[in-house]
Design a protein around this ligand. Structure first.
Ligand code: ARG
Length: 252
């Protein structure tokens, strides 16, 4: 009887203690990181492998902290629900830390300064910036992004006709190239990479509102946040961050 009681107590305790904990709290030396893999050069698939600045960065932070990093690919708009449901511990997806999202998740210190920009076909002579978009035009965006927010706002104001929402950047670029849409609103470094790789595109106008990327954890997961911030600080101090920055933004 006593034995059964001990076992039952242990099971209950076990259930309670793993309830709302991340992999690190569970004593595992592993952190599961969510990303969408369709946002080059921060996270994308190349030759069947998930690569990118964010991927390298979080792996190095994991290494610094002594954690194995397991990447979990899921759609961008599923990442916040996923981290809160403990399907992953961290989001690393070029995610802008903004007021809206901070209601749902907690953000680390920022690791990259960015902002949206407008991309059009190189031979487009009418759109020189966001203010040149007109009520007959359609704009492509990536699902759940700040670029999508911006385009939806323009549509609501009657300044553009429609918004085409896609999972990945490549589909958005294809739509610009084919003339299915007039422009794409996407993060500046992502647009710049596309322009560099393909003469069919150019960016126009100023960068829209300033945004900064941060890693996100479930709301209230302060312990993990502190770990990430420490790791980020360490890899900035020892030159790893700079090396990765050069690799992804100056080398390619
Ligand atoms: N920085 C923008 C945002 O947070 C775009 C991020 C898109 N990232 C991605 N992995 N698809 O909304």
């Amino acid at each position: 009887m006593k034995k059964i009681l001990i076992i039952v107590t242990m099971i209950i305790f076990g259930i309670l203690s793993c309830g709302n904990k991340n992999s690190a709290d569970k004593g595992e030396k592993k952190l599961v990181v969510g990303t969408d893999g369709v946002f080059p050069p921060f996270g994308y698939i190349e030759k069947g492998e998930l690569v990118g600045f964010d991927i390298d960065l979080i792996k190095q932070i994991g290494k610094d902290l002594g954690y194995e990093i397991e990447m979990k690919v899921q759609p961008f708009d599923a990442l916040i629900p996923s981290v809160n449901a403990k399907n992953c511990d961290i989001i690393a997806a070029g995610m802008t830390a903004n007021e809206d999202r901070v209601k749902k998740v907690d953000f680390s210190n920022t690791y990259y300064d960015s902002g949206n920009s407008v991309l059009v076909k190189s031979d487009n002579t009418t759109i020189k910036g966001i203010d040149d978009l007109t009520p007959d035009m359609t704009v492509a965006v990536q699902i759940g992004t700040t670029g999508a927010d911006k385009a939806n706002e323009l549509k609501k104001q009657g300044k553009i006709k429609d918004v085409k929402v896609n999972d990945g950047v490549d589909t958005c670029l294809l739509q610009v190239k084919n003339g299915d849409v007039d422009a794409l609103i996407i993060d500046k470094p992502v647009a710049e990479r596309a322009v560099k790789a393909n003469k069919a595109f150019k960016t126009v106008g100023e960068t829209l509102d300033a945004e900064s990327y941060a890693f996100a954890v479930a709301k209230g997961d302060k312990a993990l946040l502190e770990k990430i911030n420490k790791g980020l600080e360490n890899i900035k101090k020892d030159g790893t961050y700079e090396k990765l920055y050069k690799k992804w933004f100056e080398g390619k």
